[in-house]
Design a protein around this ligand. Structure first.
Ligand code: NAD
Ligand code: ZN
Ligand code: ZN
Length: 348
């Protein structure tokens, strides 16, 4: 079969590989759609990787179950032909965190708490088939796998960040969404569908802001005008929730200056920004008393199920650009150049 592979650090190619073998407890998924995440761009540039190559990329996967490994009981609801999306946190299922429903920070993954992720460790879904432990698929009913694939990350990750800030998203709250690309344009829709907060979208590109307004943002601001505008909108207190899908130095600076006292800053993007929070007696500027910061990773199985449910009811929909699998490297280049509107999805 064809697969988009990181054949060595910084080298992405379409190559021929055998269809994966499945073992006990696995399913073989025939890929219907594989989304491209900005994290794939990051992975494609790392000179040293924390996982071995060659590796098939792709952690946003939806498709159809093509075969069951031994011990997978179709009575449990997953059989040949079931349409599924893949939960990207391949966590242990039994540790303290997993038992508490915090399987996105599984303890078996050590202190940094990043469970195995297909496409960033085990082979992923930018291929015709992928091996997945049966425990990590979620049925999608009659959702189109091409539209459902991005729910695995561009949907679930914002869902997790938003749920973790629920107490700062009341009807009198202001939510600032920084970076309304792949993840951010879905975050705006999840906020619209699950909260009554005022939604302020921020980006460095006008076209992203237009899409955010189409998806339910109340106000859209270019990044360089955002701080003054947000403080103006909130009588100087700032945004109760800040969701940062950029994670650059300029976006974390904005978040630190714009988050309200007791507010929630949820940092998702990984562009190298370092939020400056100083423990000193002087009040100074920046981080106010009571505000909290969470560096938020992926989402739980429950978050994915909740995201799929919203999509099935038509309350969220991902803007998708479709590409043949063989155009994976070109689509990755477009994403890096900022040219993808919404999410690029490879269709094998
Ligand atoms: P994307 O390229 O589709 O979207 C990023 C958006 O941010 C773009 O619209 C871009 O114009 C905008 N942007 C960039 N710099 C900005 C700034 N300073 N201020 C405002 N907007 C800015 O990327 P994506 O796939 O949505 O991923 C977003 C980030 O989240 C990436 O860094 C990715 O690696 C990371 N990510 C993290 C997790 C996690 O679990 N923590 C999961 C998925 C993705
Ligand atoms: Zn991702
Ligand atoms: Zn665990």
């Amino acid at each position: 079969m064809k697969a988009v592979r990181l054949v060595a650090p910084t080298v992405v190619e379409v190559t021929d590989v055998p269809v994966p073998e499945i073992g006990p407890g696995d399913v073989l998924v025939r890929v219907g759609g594989a989304g491209l995440c900005h994290s794939d761009v990051h992975a494609a540039h790392m000179p040293e990787l924390p996982f071995p190559t060659p590796l098939t990329l792709g952690h946003e996967i939806a498709g159809t179950v093509a075969a069951l490994g031994s011990g997978v009981d179709p009575a449990a609801g997953i059989g040949e032909g079931t349409a599924v999306v893949v939960h990207l946190c391949w966590s242990c299922g039994v540790c303290r965190a997993c038992a508490a429903g915090e399987d996105n920070v599984c303890e078996a993954a050590g202190r940094m708490a990043q469970p195995l992720c297909p496409g960033l460790g085990p082979d992923g879904g930018m291929a015709e088939y992928v091996r997945v432990p049966a425990r990590h698929v979620v049925p999608i009913g009659d959702l189109d796998p091409v539209l459902a694939a991005p729910l695995a990350d561009a949907g679930m990750t914002p869902m997790h960040a938003i749920r973790s800030a629920q107490d700062r998203l009341g009807s009198d709250a202001t939510a600032l969404v920084i970076g309304v690309g792949g993840l951010g344009h879905v975050a705006v829709q999840i906020l619209r569908a699950t909260t009554a907060a005022r939604i302020v979208a921020v980006d460095v590109r006008e076209d992203r802001l237009e899409a955010a307004v189409r998806h339910g943002a109340d106000i859209a601001l270019l990044a360089d005008e955002a701080l003054e505008a947000v403080l103006g909108l909130t009588a100087g207190r700032g945004a109760d929730t800040v969701l940062d899908f950029a994670g650059s130095q300029s976006s974390v600076d904005l978040a630190v200056e714009a988050v309200a006292p007791n507010g929630a800053y949820r940092l998702v993007g990984i562009l190298g920004g370092a939020p400056r929070i100083v423990a000193a007696p002087s009040l100074g500027t920046g981080w106010p008393w009571g505000a909290s910061l969470r560096r938020t990773y992926g989402g739980t199985r429950s978050d994915l199920i909740a995201t799929v449910a919203l999509a099935q009811r038509g309350r969220i929909s991902v803007d998708v650009e479709r590409y043949p699998l063989t155009e994976g490297p070109a689509a990755l280049a477009r994403l890096e150049a900022g040219e993808v509107a919404g999410r690029a999805v490879l269709v094998p």
